[in-house]
Ligand binder design. Structure first.
Ligand code: AMP
Length: 192
């Protein structure tokens, strides 16, 4: 199985690149952000629980997102592999993911970390907020908080995979196609 963690701060381009990668490598896209937005839209108890965290730009509790991922892994038993996008966001989530995959006799192949400077992230998020309809992309205070939460709680996840020898950095500024080519190069090198 090819199991990729696509990593980077909010606005790094994880969603855009995931869409291209799933087609090329025939993978299942698991975005906890997309799943949570779907739960919210459907007005489920889980969506209601997550609502306030998302509005403020804070992380939803680990157990909630881990449960969601476990369910999706079970629903896609015959997948060729997965792209984890926006997950894991804490080292506790990373450790839980390792356990879940181990139970299935597999593991994370590699983490691809998109590197984008903070000023570019903020510009991208404001632009995205104008047409995505995402409230958390509109309010500059919420954007700032999401970046701070990323630096404090999520950035250590890169160290987690680095210790396993699985961290690969990719320049996340430039043409979408160029960034995609850099990602593919890393994946193809790891697959051999
Ligand atoms: P995203 O679309 O990945 O930027 O996620 C949007 C929001 O959903 C985040 O700001 C968090 O509030 C929540 N969220 C998404 N994924 C996770 C996760 N793995 N852990 C905790 N909260 C998450």
């Amino acid at each position: 199985m090819l199991n990729l963690v696509l990593f980077g701060p909010p606005g790094a381009g994880k969603g855009t690149q995931s869409e291209k990668l799933i087609k090329k490598y025939n993978l299942v896209h698991l975005s906890t952000g997309d799943m949570l937005r779907a739960e919210r839209k459907a007005g489920t108890p889980l969506g209601k629980e997550a609502d306030e965290y998302i509005k403020q730009g804070n992380l939803v509790p680990d157990d909630v997102v881990i449960r969601m991922i476990e369910e999706k892994l079970d629903q896609n038993r015959n997948a060729n592999g997965f792209i984890f996008d926006g997950f894991p966001r804490t080292t506790a989530q990373a450790a839980a993911l390792d356990k879940l995959l181990e139970k299935k006799g597999t593991g994370i192949t590699m983490m691809l970390a998109l590197d984008v400077p903070e000023n570019v992230l903020k510009e991208r998020l404001i632009l995205r907020g104008a047409d995505s309809g995402r409230a958390d992309d509109k309010d500059p205070a919420v954007i700032q908080n999401r970046i701070e939460v990323y630096n404090k709680e999520t950035a250590p996840v890169a160290d987690y995979y680095s210790k396993q020898g699985k961290l690969h950095l990719v320049q996340g500024v430039g043409e979408i196609g160029e960034i995609f080519a850099s990602l593919c190069k890393k994946i193809d090198a790891a697959k051999v």
